[in-house]
Ligand binder design. Sequence first.
Ligand code: MN
Length: 415
Amino acid sequence: MDPTTSASLRSFIDYDPSHHFPIQNLPLGIFEHGGRVRAGTRIGDFVLDLALLEEKGYFPGLSGVFNRPELNRFLSMGQAVWKEVRSAVSHLLDVNTPGLRDNSGLRSQALIPYADVVMKLPVAIGDYTDFYSSREHATNVGTMFRGKENALMPNWLHLPVAYHGRSSSVVLSGTPIHRPMGQVKADDLEHPVHGPSQLLDFELEMGFFTGPGTSVGHPLDIKNAAGHIFGMVLVNDWSARDIQKWEYQPLGPFTAKNFATSISPWIVPLAALEPFRCKGPEQEPAPLPYLESPGDWAFDIELEVYLQDHLISQSNFKYMYWNILQQLSHHTVTGCNINPGDLMASGTISGPDENSCGSMLELCRAGTRPVQMPGGGERKFLRDNDTVKITGWCQGEGYRVGFGEVAGTILPAVN
Ligand code: MN
């Protein structure tokens, strides 16, 4: 077993057992402090400055990898380097290691209170792909759009459906989102109109960042796919349902989703998620051999969505029908290449219950059953000034490996 995930590990930094960032997590992110932007990891309520540690020689063989405004170079280096850095950081933060613990000068330089930093996008994202891998979500939406009998399209159980999204508008948690303008057509009107979306929605998703790239013309064998995935973040794939409904045929989502996608700032490495791997849903019919998963690749990650401070949905990443290795292998099956730092999102993660729906569209049954808000109000879709927060964590024995949150507030449309 990887010693960096042991439940018995303790750090000399104090934190609560429910804290998202214990020594078993060690996520990577990019932060700004003192006018400089660089890479760090998170431990409790502190950020550990990896650029400083690199400069001081704590990562033999690495130079200039962390003193950069994005993690792409580190992502490109692959599992052996990822593992070395993770082991070194885990050892340094261990309660039994005197090095950093007893060096108050180094501690005050290297450990920065989280409250004093500004987080940045962790990666220069080259390409963004959004899958559609939750059977419950695809069934819920398909039923609303096409009726129960035609809910799942004929291809759905045979391949992980996706569309190529827009990376330029992937923004960090906390970035306000302007209600999109767009073209919509009401069923009872003859002509479409141009105006602010009236059916603005969130999508509860997670995404993974790719590591070492592949070359054009060379499909990735599913047995090697895990080595090309560094870690995961929370994703909110904002969606304008009225624009989507009018524009989506025949080529899929376009302007209904290209205005913004929000992600959480810390990338939790697959290494930290390893103890939480579990069996996914039974796949019937059996996938074609190139999509045969080498073992269990679902993850038990609890997910919650809040509107303002009101809990409106509870789901779990383990409900995903298609797993991340199947998604990545299918993405490259044609020889399509990937680059370090591509973002691949899961698609809306809905579960089997009424309260495990990952979008307003499903929660309010296309507007027929509004979500009740405390104080007597209700919501079908998002209003201006609404704030959506998604959080998620894996529950270990006496600790949590968490993702923090991805939050965003809706601002009025800019005409
Ligand atoms: Mn989506």
